[in-house]
Design a protein around this ligand. Structure first.
Ligand code: 16G
Ligand code: ZN
Length: 531
């Protein structure tokens, strides 16, 4: 068959190193860029099959997010802009690991199992981050797409969430927005301007925000977006990629894990700052107080701020819609306590990885999900969106209710509901702070984080550790959890867990306790039990 002859021919130009085995992990394939050429080609092929199967446009993003510049990665995006389903992740792993001579058989196997109609049209959107290897690797994806006779639309440089947005726009015929850069900037900036335009007397200080772009794509895209914001937000951009190396000593992951300022950001006491990660799907905020002490506002603080805002608007609008917050084991204990006990919202804890949070959040009228590392968004059910829009339009709605419903409607437009989006989250946070007339210090004071520490431990085989209860308890190896329980009991307000990383060959350790010294000691003691 001519089609597969083409695959055989082109795949030889993207040969798989014999014996190399890679897994489609938590966020796709991710490793040193040198090992990825064949993976990219094959993900181009798989995206075509997925597109034929779903009769919709599929996305392929080339990025390794917060990982070092030398790494790269790839993930597939499903029709509504969500992560590809677990079964297709398995297909991705199978296709990636087929030796060269078995590739066509592996491809055929998927076609048969999924009964893919090969005469169906296919469409694939491709995006890439600013890594030097991304150009070549995205070309390999395009080769894969075209060797199955399909059309690939290459957007070039994009943030990961922008590609998710494009895919959803394309598959929803304009109701979510236009699948262009301008469509993205216009939708978000209009919503932001609508939200902030009624806030009286916003000072220049309130409009000013320092942004650490992690020397990546987020910085580039912030620059592009600036004119659309019409000075309603004045961004001072640092680590814009003109000098520094991607993610090196900067970016959201660096700031969150080390709990300190990124290099290259000049900050005065009280300045409001945020950091994106390398593909701009994560964000954390921070400031230095007048004593020069650093304060981090992570994903948990963001989820709390957004939930407070949404709950208040729902009350004002008289809408009886349930707000729930989805977290992972890394959520600071203080945040969970505040959400459950003070705010009385439902809190759900799930396994690490955006797909797990996203899935759980879909079960509620309004699901706010954030990982502590700053990846998150808000999902509105169709019914919730419908009720909000109806109320905003209803001529009989009184003024207060109408105001709240309009704010909610613009909030929906500001949010990228496909996946966490640093730019969209940043604009939402800025709007909420403006509408509620809050400073970053007031936001930070909503609750006090428990001191915590994260460590990683190199072990011979991280798979010997198996966890349960949303990764909060270890079930294997025998005795490990008992040992952790004994250590945790030694401290006040303490909690600790271990889990094998889904992206690195390490075991991660998390501990929190009443003081930083105790959190550090507990993390250290737990890490010793892992060896
Ligand atoms: C990936 C996940 C992120 C998660 C992290 C955990 C996506 C898009 N990204 O970066 O959500 O926090 O992995 O990494 O799902 P770990 O398993 O190495 O701790
Ligand atoms: Zn990322």
């Amino acid at each position: 068959m001519a089609l597969f002859e083409k695959v055989s021919h082109y795949s030889a130009l993207h040969p798989k190193p014999v014996g190399l085995v890679l897994q489609y992990g938590t966020s796709g394939f991710r490793t040193n860029a040198k090992q990825l050429d064949h993976i990219m080609y094959r993900m181009g092929l798989l995206a075509v099959l997925r597109s034929k199967k779903t009769k919709a446009t599929i996305g392929v993003m080339v990025t390794a997010s917060h990982n070092p510049e030398e790494d790269n990665g790839v993930k597939l995006i499903d029709p509504m802009g969500e992560m590809v389903t677990p079964l297709w992740e398995e297909y991705a792993t199978q296709l990636a690991n087929a030796e060269q001579e078995g590739l066509v058989t592996a491809l055929n196997d998927i076609i048969e199992r999924e009964a893919v109609n090969m005469s169906q049209d296919a469409s694939v959107f491709i995006g890439k981050d600013t890594r030097p290897s991304s150009e070549r690797l995205s070309q390999a994806v395009l080769d894969g797409v075209s060797s199955l006779g399909a059309h690939g639309h290459d957007y070039g440089l994009l943030t990961t969430p922008q590609l998710h947005f494009m895919v959803r726009c394309k598959n929803t015929d304009g109701s979510y927005g236009n699948a262009t850069m301008e469509g993205y900037y216009t939708k978000l900036s209009q919503a932001f301007i609508q939200l902030t335009k009624h806030v009286p007397n916003r000072t220049d200080d309130q409009k000013r925000l320092l942004v650490d772009g992690a020397n990546g794509i987020g910085a580039l895209k912030m620059r592009e977006m600036e004119p659309f914001l019409q000075n309603e937000l004045q961004v001072l951009l640092y680590n814009d990629g003109s000098q520094g190396k991607l993610n090196y000593l900067c970016g959201a992951d660096h700031v969150k894990v080390l709990q300190k300022l990124p290099q290259g950001v000049e900050i005065a006491a009280g300045d409001r700052c945020c950091s994106f990660d390398g593909d701009a799907d994560r964000i954390v905020y921070y400031f230095n107080d007048s004593a020069g002490k650093f304060h981090l506002l992570d994903g948990d603080k963001i989820a709390t701020l957004i939930s407070i805002y949404l709950k208040e608007l729902l009350t004002q609008a008289g809408l009886d819609l349930q707000v729930a917050v989805v977290q992972t084991a890394y959520a600071n204990g203080s945040s969970t306590r505040y959400l459950e006990e003070t705010m009385k919202v439902t809190v759900r804890c799930v396994k690490t990885g955006v797909k797990h949070l996203h899935h759980a959040a879909q079960e509620f009228d309004i699901g706010v999900y954030f990982e502590a590392n700053g990846h998150g968004t808000v999902l509105f059910s169709k019914a919730a969106e419908g009720r909000i829009k109806q109320l905003a339009l209803d001529p009989n709605t009184d003024d207060e209710k109408k105001r709240a419903a309009c704010l909610l409607e613009n909030t929906i437009n500001l949010i990228n509901q496909t996946v966490g989006d640093a730019i969209s989250d940043m604009l939402l946070i800025e709007a909420v702070l403006a509408i509620r007339d809050m400073t970053v210090q007031q936001w930070n004071a909503i609750y006090t984080d428990l001191p915590n520490r994260q460590l990683k431990v190199k072990v011979a085989d991280r798979r010997v550790i198996d966890t349960t209860d949303a990764e909060r308890r270890a079930v294997k190896p025998a005795g490990l959890q008992d040992a952790i329980d004994v250590l945790v009991k030694k401290y006040q307000m303490s909690r600790a867990f271990v889990r094998p990383s889904g992206t690195e060959d390490v075991v991660r350790v998390y501990a929190e306790a009443d003081t930083q010294e105790n959190a550090d000691a507990l993390a250290h003691e737990v890490s010793v039990t892992v060896y």
